[in-house]
Write a protein that binds this ligand. Sequence first.
Ligand SMILES: Cc1cc2nc3c(=O)[nH]c(=O)nc-3n(C[C@H](O)[C@H](O)[C@H](O)COP(=O)(O)O)c2cc1C
Length: 219
Amino acid sequence: MRRFVVGAAIPEGVLARVLQAAHAAPSVGLMQPWRFIRITDAALRARVHALVDEERELTAAALGPRAEEFLQLKVEGILECAELLVVALGGNRDVHIFGRRTLPQMDLASVSCAIQNLWLAARSEGLGMGWVSLFDPQRLAALLEMPTDAEPVAILCLGPVPEFPDRPALELDDWAFARPLDEFVCENRWNQPPGEPGPGQPAPAAGAGTASTVPSQSV
Ligand SMILES: Cc1cc2nc3c(=O)[nH]c(=O)nc-3n(C[C@H](O)[C@H](O)[C@H](O)COP(=O)(O)O)c2cc1C
């Protein structure tokens, strides 16, 4: 969500519940790498917005021919939303090895689970949420006086919204279109459609059905 009801507020109890839902997320090795910084200072919110707006311009420049089209999109609601949260990875994460020896990025995956929980809990409370990732992490970390081994991951805009559109905003703006599930599921090897024989396997006997667990129609 990028459009919010200006001047609205979130009751403290509701905010506590959505944060509790985030904190109930699964995490690799139970490391709970998430940190939540609530931005309540209006001047600080304006500085966060300025950082995002700078990155919005740089993103537009990097997009080349789609720059102007991108600049027409609404890509954040930082100044309008009722609550602004910055979610970060905490420091000292290297001590957590369980589940991260070969995949250290599982700390980020765990934080993403927490943010998804927050997103769904907010929706069930009738609130909208927008995830903003247009920022320079080092500059945001400096602004919020984070230790050098912590890392901001998301700026979350949270609050009452005028409406919940029934399609992604980027589709409504003709920017990008979601593709159906069956383009993302394969079986036994990369890009093999479900139900087709695997490497070195015979084709299934006529009438035997398929081993597919995923319906092939679009969702
Ligand atoms: C990790 C992540 C980062 C995102 N960053 C941004 C962002 O910086 N600006 C923005 O407008 N939307 C951002 N989004 C929102 C997605 O673009 C949006 O959820 C998706 O297009 C679906 O559209 P809808 O939210 O309008 O339904 C982000 C979403 C995710 C999951």
